[in-house]
Write a protein that binds this ligand. Structure first.
Ligand code: HPA
Length: 288
């Protein structure tokens, strides 16, 4: 079946979690490659391995722990995904995005997405943080969309808007807070393009993506954002620029996963601190 699970499957997972924890998160955070340490910052932490949670897929990538961590980050009730699911692992996109709908059923109203990405914008440097302004769903151009299949109106409409996917107020707040943090480096902002992976891009592909107007390239995030917007969650997020993509044929450099994880570690602390302050500054809707 397209869209391989039912509303009851999401509900059963949410019910299981609600009966196994007293936490009632309002913010969900997806920790990208090398950014899992963000989840170690929460207080009153309670974590569940993905393998314990009914219906949850398992994470198979090195550098992705595979746990759901409940707790407080800077005073806000959060649930953090320490490790996410990727299309390149072989999961259909409804499975990649399964946790997002569970979060919505838990009462979460905001999703924060993070990822490691390659820099396409020539102004970027390794270690930069890019606030995601928009995305290009390249797999979607070929029919790979997590919303493909019958639409469940209990989650959202058949044809959701995506022009306002990344919340404007949160983006403005991010710039303000970045300035207050007194950082020397500029906070970058731009468009994230998703490719299915797992191979890194060819030179010709990087040139094409650059021409398409993308600033950073990665292998995740977009499916989660689409499903989150479909079910009414507010979304904002960041890419950590862990490498600059190779755009010329004379270069002897090449991308590798170790470099991605290493740069992630070096810049992660800054991003963790930044996200923690931002989450502390989220104003929640009146009804929560
Ligand atoms: N390409 C795709 N995904 C990535 C990259 C990259 O250069 N860096 C980190 N994730």
């Amino acid at each position: 079946m397209e869209g391989g699970c039912t509303y009851e499957d999401y509900q059963n997972t949410a019910k299981w979690l609600l009966s196994h924890t007293k936490h009632r998160p309002q913010v969900a955070v997806v920790c990208g490659s090398g950014l899992g340490a963000l989840a170690d910052k929460v207080t009153q932490a309670q974590s569940f391995d993905y393998s314990e949670i009914p219906n949850f897929p398992q994470s198979t990538v090195l550098g992705h722990a595979g746990r759901l961590v409940f707790g407080f980050l800077n005073g806000k009730a959060c649930v953090m995904m320490q490790g996410r699911f990727h299309m390149y692992e072989g999961y259909p996109l409804w499975k990649v995005t399964f946790p997002v709908r569970v979060f919505q059923l838990l009462g979460v109203n905001t999703l924060v997405v993070t990822n490691a990405a390659g820099g396409l914008n020539r102004k970027f440097k390794v270690g930069d943080i890019m606030l995601i302004r928009d995305h290009i769903n390249l797999p979607g151009f070929c029919g790979q969309n997590p919303l493909r299949g019958p639409n469940d109106e209990r989650f959202g409409v058949r044809f959701p808007a995506m022009s306002d996917a990344y919340d404007l107020d949160m983006r403005q707040k991010a710039h303000t807070i970045w300035k207050q943090m007194g950082e020397q480096r500029e906070l970058q902002e731009g468009t994230y393009v998703m490719l299915a992976g797992p191979n890194f891009e060819t030179v010709a592909e990087c040139r094409l993506l650059h021409m398409l107007g993308a600033d950073a390239v990665g292998m995740s995030t977009v499916p989660e954002v689409i499903v989150a917007r479909h079910c009414g969650l507010r979304v904002f997020g960041f890419s950590l620029i862990t490498n600059m993509v190779i755009m010329d044929y004379e270069s002897r450099e090449k991308a590798n996963h170790e470099e991605v994880l290493e740069s992630g570690r070096a810049a992660a602390q800054k991003l963790e601190q930044f996200i923690s302050i931002l989450i502390g500054n989220i104003t929640l809707p009146d009804n929560s």
